[in-house]
Design a protein around this ligand. Structure first.
Ligand code: B1H
Length: 838
């Protein structure tokens, strides 16, 4: 059947009435869905029913774009970017889809006219928290930008049944609860059982020479798992593009005949079924990796194999020979979590599709590109050889073969340099043997990138130095970015209105246009509007804080915010030391002039990371003391806002005055929260780390509060032998602060509670808090002095936002497209458009 004819045939009046982009049509389909999808009427309907009815009404409008997009791509045989990521931290869909369709205000009006509270309905959506932090959120921003730039793309990942845990704070400690995000159903996904694929695991291999002299390898697995795709449409901003996020769910396969294998063993068969379904059960909640977990390796292989098989199915559907795989697909590896794809594509091409090794290797290397996201040594993935062999026996053989050929090349290039060969090898043989996933990714990719300028330089000079010397042309930098649609338009409607009224709406797709705000920084009237907006956003956040933390905070105080995963290298405890120093100062000089400040913290600690959990307890402990002390009351407040998430971020970034980006120089690959703060007009206090450096470069040194050691200084201090205890002894203020924590002032007299934290700082301090303390405190002093000059602060705030254009993920995606993917954009024509126009 002809697609165009079919669409025209089914799309006549019903679609024009139901899917039109106007208020009345929206109301109508909302009511239709309330009755016919939810099976409810107003007297019986819950808020969740209303949310779902609205979501389905919006979905009808998505599907038309989705179908048009798929048809367009098929017809054009479009080159496609596959973004492989173990995490997609999408955040709620409803508001974002309304923005991208251009019907946010219409929907709000429609709900209001029906007597419903629109914001309350939006708040019903359980956000899909299928990621830990920056890496997963970056993947979400990237697929948003690819859809907006009309680049054919597929996001491939895992449909975790439970996403990142929900955090609550009990007695000052983090408590984790399972994230049951699918409890009330998910209106944004479509299950596609007809595209399910089989994934093999475990077992052994058999090598046979055939009669014709060829060698064949058979992998006889011990388990089969079926991967079922769930598709979520990803809209571009006000265009007709709806790309796909395809997440795989593990199910027990029909065809792996349990009765044959386990005849009579009903219990065993059920257990096996359950264990296959465990594969996509839960997201690992560690931001920087925990080693050696078999299930984690299985998860990675599972989604990678499903995704590559899916791409092969797509090629076969379009009758494209597999020799052209790299022409049809550009596959980006989001860190090493999907790096097993290099060996899996080789296996699929060589073992299953009988392609000669050399040809398959060329195709593979031209297909993949690898993004590194961290320099932290503990986060570089390595799998113990025995574990790897148990789960993926065939892949280990393939990796050995890749390695043998690769090391031959290295030996030819560097004769006699066996140390270099050992350093470059895909197998770490310095002790117990490991497979090095970053090496596999480097060898199997034609492009390797870091996520900020400094990070890329450190990759080249340090972590991946040998690879850089071997293949300098593979390396490039791709500084991260964030989508202004979610992080400004959706999160900060007040600012969006002011900006659009001042410079038009172009900035939403071309963020560089924010530059046009620069002259307005000199207008007193504009500055006053700018302040009113910040103040309104702060009032809204203050209400959230009052509800969640039971602390009253003053919207006129400076909102000094640090939200991100809790990590020693991110140094939330450095901020804590500064707060204690301020507190002591106020106690010593009660009449000290100090502009009121509210310190707001948020972030999750990995459940097994004891020091991070103790850092949370320290912050809440400080809050307990400071917030209750009548001597400082109304000048200092400290709150820990529980369950930092995309949803909460949308409330926090627009309300921040000061953005805390205080990681040890050389540790934070990029950071992306820093960019969200900047766009929304917060000033940054930060180190020369990650993308902070580039933020400072665009806003100018005068509009950025810089402190701390630089990366070379950190390295030098490390090399000369860093003795934190000496720094403690030489700085009376630091001494007083540390002693107070040690002696139990923030733990109701319990002098043992914070001992591990205090001792670690005194005797190790691996992240140089003591070395940066003085510089940080002095810089905060400058922040305080600037803040009281309201007009100056506002000017700086406007300039920060006006100069944030570089940090749109649209810019990042253009860079990837130009240098790595070479995927032209394909504008989509809406099928039966004349029927749908309002
Ligand atoms: C980043 C991770 C990460 N880097 C392992 N690495 C994980 C590593 O589940 N795991 O095993 C999960 C996440 N995440 C972050 O990526 C960097 O720390 C940020 O600096 C950077 O902005 C972000 C996006 O590039």
């Amino acid at each position: 059947m002809d697609t165009r004819a079919a669409a025209a045939a089914v799309d006549h009046r019903p679609l024009s009435e139901r899917a039109a982009l106007n208020k009345e049509a929206l109301k109508q389909s909302f009511l239709d869905n309330l009755f016919h999808t939810q099976g409810k009427f107003p007297a019986l309907a819950s808020k969740s029913d209303y949310y779902l009815a609205l979501a389905y009404a919006v979905r009808e409008r998505l599907l038309q774009r989705w179908i048009s997009t798929a048809a367009e791509y098929m017809q054009k045989g479009a080159r496609t970017v596959s973004y492989l990521s173990a995490e997609f931290l999408m955040g709620p869909h409803l508001g974002n889809n309304l923005i991208n369709l251009g019907i946010y205000d219409e929907a709000k009006q429609a709900m209001t006219e029906l007597g419903l509270n629109f914001d309350e309905l939006l708040a019903q959506e359980e956000e899909p928290g299928l990621g830990n932090g920056g890496l997963g959120r970056l993947a979400a921003c990237f697929i948003d930008s690819m859809a907006t730039l009309e680049i054919p793309s597929l996001g491939y990942g895992i449909r975790y049944e439970f996403g990142i845990f929900h955090q609550s704070i009990v007695d000052g400690w983090q408590v984790e609860k399972t994230d049951k995000w699918l409890r009330y159903g998910n209106p944004w996904e479509l299950q596609r059982p007809e595209w399910a694929v089989q994934v093999k695991l475990g077992g052994y291999t058999e090598h046979r020479s055939e009669e014709d002299g060829t060698l064949t390898v058979r992998w006889i697995p011990s388990r089969l798992v079926s991967g079922v795709p769930y598709d979520t449409p990803i809209l571009g901003y006000r265009n007709n593009t709806a790309n796909t996020l395809r997440l795989w769910s593990a199910q027990a396969p029909e065809s792996f005949d349990f009765e044959v294998f386990n005849r009579g063993d009903y219990y065993g068969a059920v257990m096996q079924k359950m264990s296959s379904e465990n594969l996509s059960k839960v997201l690992y909640p560690n931001d920087e990796h925990e080693g050696g977990k078999e299930l984690r390796l299985e998860q990675q292989y599972f989604f990678v194999s499903c995704s590559l098989q899916d791409m092969i199915r797509i090629m076969q559907g379009q009758r494209l020979p597999l020799e052209h795989f790299h022409e049809k697909f550009a596959v980006q590896l989001n860190d090493t979590h999907p790096a097993i794809a290099v060996a899996e594509l080789m296996r699929l091409l060589v073992d299953e599709h009988k392609m000669p090794w050399n040809r398959a290797w060329q195709v593979t290397c031209k297909t993949f590109a690898y993004t590194n996201h961290t320099l932290m040594p503990e986060a570089l993935e390595r799998w113990p050889l025995p574990l790897f062999k148990k789960v993926l026996p065939r892949h280990l053989e393939i990796i050995f073969e890749i390695n043998a050929r690769f090391l031959d090349e290295v030996r030819r290039r560097y004769p006699g340099d066996s140390a270099r060969v050992a350093r470059l090898s895909l197998i770490d043989e310095s002790g117990p043997r490991y497979v090095r996933m970053a090496h596999l990714a480097c060898v199997g990719s034609h492009a390797i990138n870091g996520v900020a300028e400094l990070h890329t330089e450190l990759l080249k000079s340090d972590v991946l130095r040998d690879f850089y010397e071997l293949w300098p042309n593979k390396f490039s930098n791709k500084t991260n970015g964030v989508t202004p649609r979610r992080w400004m338009v959706l999160a900060n409607p007040r600012l969006t209105r002011l900006v659009s009224d001042s410079i038009g709406e172009d900035w939403i797709k071309h963020l560089d246009q924010l530059q046009k705000l620069e002259p307005l920084a000199e207008s007193a009237d504009f500055r006053s509007h700018w302040r009113e907006i910040k103040r309104a956003n702060k009032r809204a956040l203050a209400e959230v804080i009052a509800r969640r933390c039971n602390v009253a905070v003053d919207p006129d105080s400076m909102f000094d915010v640090q939200v991100k995963r809790i990590h020693e290298y991110k140094r939330q405890h450095l901020a804590a030391l500064h707060i204690i120093a301020l507190y002591l100062q106020l106690k010593a000089q009660p009449n000290l002039e100090l502009a009121p400040r509210t310190f707001i913290f948020g972030g999750k600690a990995a459940p097994g990371y004891r020091m991070a959990k103790l850092m949370i307890k320290l912050i809440t402990g400080i809050g307990d003391v400071v917030n209750r002390d009548p001597m400082v009351r109304d000048r200092l407040k400290v709150v820990f806002l529980p369950n930092f998430s995309v949803t909460n971020g949308q409330r926090i970034y627009p309300a921040a005055d000061l953005s805390e980006q205080i990681s040890t120089a050389g540790k934070e690959a990029s950071g992306t929260g820093n960019m969200k703060f900047q766009m929304n007009g917060a000033l940054t206090i930060g180190t020369m780390d990650g993308a902070n450096i580039e933020i400072r470069e665009v806003v100018g040194a005068d509009n950025f509060f810089l402190f701390g050691l630089t990366t070379p200084q950190v390295y030098a201090l490390q090399a000369q032998g860093y003795r934190p205890h000496d720094w403690y002894e030489q700085d009376p203020q630091l001494r007083e602060v540390i002693d107070m924590i040690r002696d139990g002032y923030f733990s109701r007299g319990d002098a043992s509670l914070f001992r591990p934290l205090v001792d670690s700082l005194l005797w190790h301090d691996p992240y140089f808090l003591f070395a940066d303390f003085r510089s940080y405190v002095e810089c905060q002093q400058r922040v305080g002095e600037t803040w009281v000059d309201t007009e100056r602060w506002t000017r700086m705030s406007i300039l920060n936002s006006a100069r944030s254009g570089k940090f749109s993920s649209d810019r990042s995606i253009r860079d990837y497209t130009k240098d790595i993917w070479h995927a032209p954009s394909v504008p989509v024509e809406l099928l039966t458009e004349h029927h749908v126009r309002a």
